[in-house]
Design a protein around this ligand. Structure first.
Ligand SMILES: NC(=O)c1ccc[n+]([C@@H]2O[C@H](COP(=O)([O-])OP(=O)(O)OC[C@H]3O[C@@H](n4cnc5c(N)ncnc54)[C@H](O)[C@@H]3O)[C@@H](O)[C@H]2O)c1
Length: 351
């Protein structure tokens, strides 16, 4: 049988463990797997583009587990009452191909993206970072804010969104968080001024220039999350030119990241090399560093492993017959035999 985890199950895991602990564990699982980078069979995700969005499949495997995520990105969706990003995924056994887990990944994507952002910032941002600008206050934003607060000691977050209702929603959701000061700003430039870390998590299917070179101050770390698709960027190319740029999986980031705006030989370092001690991260307090995040399949592989382990420990999930169970595995046709009379639903007959 395959275990099904729904949105409700994921919310139960968070309720049982607490969001800070879940984010911490996720970042541990992700970092453990990033340090095993050469063990994975990697590929850039397969994207299907349309006028208003993209649908992507993100596969990855090592010798024992295979995973994929289905995810979309439709920035206009919120106007129709739908999320911009929706996802689900599968974790399967490589030895037999059996799907172990089928899980929601919409909430989980927000948590794993925030955990990955912090993993990168721990390696790249100044250790004394205390203030962050958060540009884009939509679905992902609270997860980013809380991950940076609880896991990195960020105590002041300066908010800006072109939609004031989104910022008001974030304020409502995070108003009770102890030790976190939230400041609503009038513009991106206002929010970014004096920030140690700048997180951009906007959604717009265009080459936006949310962050421009004159906003950059020495020592800043930029966590660019929303530029993740061809023709969908957030940073002015000169921001990248003036910084040291770090990416998840270079072949995918050259197509999808803010990096797409620069020539193929513009230097970028894969983050796993820094985590493994193979390449330098920040070299001094004045370095400007950019994590050009697009979201890589390995983060979902790690998140699915985490969910599988948590579901097992907490006794969550529903066993489903996604794959037929057969006494004779060659008798697939036997699955079509009618169910015994007792389990058949009665026919409704007009009196
Ligand atoms: N890198 C990753 O791993 C990863 C993972 C998940 C989502 N994302 C991306 O993150 C982005 C945000 O996702 P979401 O689920 O929060 O979307 P969302 O639609 O819920 O929120 C996006 C917010 O950005 C705001 N915005 C748009 N243009 C802006 C601008 N110029 N200045 C300030 N704010 C602006 C919108 O008003 C909205 O509130 C999307 O682009 C998505 O594709 C990346």
């Amino acid at each position: 049988m395959t275990t099904l985890l729904t949105t409700h199950d994921i919310a139960r895991i968070v309720a049982e463990r607490g969001l800070p602990a879940v984010l911490q564990q996720l970042s541990r699982y992700i970092e453990t797997d990033f340090r095993r980078w050469p063990a994975f069979d990697k590929t850039a995700r397969v994207a299907s583009h349309s006028d208003d969005g993209v649908i992507e499949l993100m596969p990855i495997a090592d010798a024992s587990l295979y995973s994929f995520k289905y995810v979309n990105g439709h920035p206009k969706n919120t106007r129709a009452g739908l999320p911009t990003v929706m996802a689900f995924g599968v974790l399967a056994d490589v030895a037999t191909g059996t799907p172990q887990l089928l899980s929601e990944l919409t909430l989980t994507t927000a948590m794993r993206t925030a955990a990955t952002s912090v993993m990168a910032a721990r390696a790249l941002a100044r250790r004394d970072s205390r203030t962050m600008a958060l540009i884009g206050n939509g679905a992902q934003s609270e997860f980013q804010a809380l991950a940076f607060h609880h896991l990195m000691g960020i105590s002041e977050i300066r908010l800006f969104d072109v939609d004031p209702d989104a910022t008001a929603k974030l304020l409502r959701n995070l108003s009770g968080v102890h030790g976190l000061r939230l400041i609503v700003c009038a513009s991106t430039a206002d929010a970014v001024k004096g920030a140690d870390i700048v997180t951009t998590v906007t959604a717009d299917k265009t080459n936006a220039t949310i962050i421009t070179p004159e906003m950059i101050e020495p020592g800043m770390h930029i966590n660019g999350v929303g530029g993740d698709c061809p023709g969908k960027t957030e940073l002015h190319p000169d921001v990248l030119r003036g910084a040291r740029v770090f990416v998840e999986y270079e072949p995918q980031s050259r197509i999808e990241g803010d990096l797409q705006q620069l020539p193929a030989d513009f230097p970028a370092t894969e983050l796993w090399r820094v985590l493994a001690g193979d390449a330098p991260g920040r070299s001094g307090a004045d370095d400007v560093t950019v994590f050009d995040s697009v979201g890589f399949a390995l983060e979902d592989y790690s998140a699915l492993r985490f969910l599988r382990d948590e579901a097992e420990t907490l006794g969550l999930g529903t066993a489903i017959d996604l794959i037929p169970t057969m006494a004779d595995p060659k008798n697939l046709f036997g699955q079509l035999a009618p169910a015994p009379a007792a389990t058949r639903r009665p026919l409704l007959v007009a009196a």
